[in-house]
Design a protein around this ligand. Structure first.
Ligand code: MN
Length: 293
């Protein structure tokens, strides 16, 4: 059965891929407007999607020709007809940059930036997928959106220099670092369940080319709230990987998120929040109260 044709984009003969997790934790590659189910083809275990992702990344170069063949034979569905899940389901950690854009530093009226603040950790249990719902835990606290470019670690990284960092990044995704404003430490304010929407899929490193020159926009309902370019990062993706890996070993499947530009503002019940990053894609989540509050 012929279910697909050929992948739409190549770069110097290399297959460029967007890898999605969908429906019952199946894995797929995006081919035009379709997602091609490569679950069986790649030996992906739906019961252990994070472990399967790590295996897929480890074996990716060997799997590529097989996946390319599979585009013609594997089941294929319109992306609009499937439920996209978080493309990195359960990393060992989410390493996150504080204050990594100058204009965000100014709007937060704060003294220090990433070079002095280092980084913080967000709980992996705060991850939700594209199309899920952010649940506000309070009715009387300000909760903000933060649009960020994030990446997934492809191989163990310790003391990696910025110039070598690209070799350790498997691919990129869009991330919202949802945040309660206030005096508590960042991990508390940013780790509530549902506070890390990610998606819409992982775009492989080679497809992104230069992650430090991408336009990033975020809208609440139809109002644009954040519009910036990753060229304004203080520590760019590679430098931030260097800084993080100088402290802790980054494991395959970990997420690193690089911080938000200016324009952060509150979200409230009923909002729809949409993020778009050039070359990566877009997704939107809705906002509601946590049940019972
Ligand atoms: Mn942030």
């Amino acid at each position: 059965r012929r279910c697909g044709t050929t992948i739409t984009e190549t770069l110097g003969g290399t297959i460029l891929m967007k890898i999605a997790v969908f429906n019952e934790n199946q894995v797929g590659v995006i081919n035009g407007d379709n997602v091609v189910d490569i679950t069986e083809l790649t030996g992906w275990n739906k019961e252990e999607p994070q472990r399967s992702l790590v295996q897929l990344m480890k074996n990716f170069n060997d799997l590529k020709p097989k996946i390319e063949e599979g585009l013609a034979t594997c089941p294929s569905y319109p992306v609009n007809d499937v439920a996209l899940r978080a493309p990195v389901p359960n990393p060992s950690k989410i390493v996150a940059a504080p204050i990594n854009y100058i204009l965000h530093k100014e709007e937060m009226n704060t003294a220090l930036t990433v070079d002095r603040l280092g980084f913080f950790l967000k709980s992996p249990s705060s991850i939700i997928g594209p199309n899920d719902t952010v649940l506000l835990p309070f009715k009387d606290r300000r909760v903000d959106h933060e649009a960020e470019i994030a990446f997934v670690i492809g191989k163990e990284a310790k003391d990696v220099k910025a110039e070598d960092a690209a070799d350790y990044i498997f691919g990129y995704l869009a991330l919202m670092d949802i945040t309660v404003r206030g005096k508590e430490d960042r991990p508390w304010r940013k780790s509530f369940d549902t506070f890390t929407p990610i998606g819409p899929w992982i775009v492989t490193n080679d497809e992104v080319e230069d992650p430090n020159k991408l336009q990033m926009n975020l809208w609440v309902n139809e109002e644009i709230r954040q519009s910036a370019n990753t060229s304004d990062l203080i520590y760019d993706c590679y430098k931030f990987l260097e800084a993080a890996s100088s402290v802790m070993t980054l494991l395959p499947g970990d997420i690193v998120t690089t911080g938000t530009p200016e324009g952060v503002a509150p979200i409230v019940q009923g909002d729809t929040v949409r993020i778009h990053i050039e070359r990566i894609g877009e997704f939107s989540v809705s906002v509601d109260y946590k049940p019972g509050i």
